[in-house]
Design a protein around this ligand. Structure first.
Ligand code: FES
Length: 108
């Protein structure tokens, strides 16, 4: 394990506080981060829509994608790709892990 890897993971939220299908914003290291739990899968992404900045936590979960409430663009949570026509940059996606019941997010 590289020496600086641990320092890039930030404790975000106890796993028990994130409901299945919930879109949850947390503030981490000056960033607005979106956390989503779909069954046993966890996703973390920027909560700032790359189209015009709307908080994606105000949107809807559509399958494995989050749909922005402002103009309806859908971003796949596994890789940030836009579902459909690319009208803006893809969504920034972060790695997650769970340690001692705490969701941790790796930030660049
Ligand atoms: S601000 Fe999100 S789709 Fe336009």
């Amino acid at each position: 394990m590289p020496g600086n890897e641990m320092s890039r993971y930030h404790p975000a939220l106890p796993l028990t506080e994130l409901d299945d299908g919930q879109l949850r914003e947390v503030a981490l290291a000056g960033r607005r981060v979106l956390l989503v739990r779909i069954g046993d899968r966890l996703h973390a992404a920027s909560n700032v829509c790359p189209h015009a900045g709307s908080p994606l936590s105000m949107g809807r979960l559509r399958g494995d994608a989050v749909q922005c409430s402002l103009h309806g663009i859908r971003f796949r949570l596994s890789d940030g790709a836009i579902v459909g026509r690319a009208l803006c940059d893809p969504l920034e996606i972060y790695a997650t892990r769970v340690r001692d019941g705490m969701i941790e997010v790796e930030l660049p």
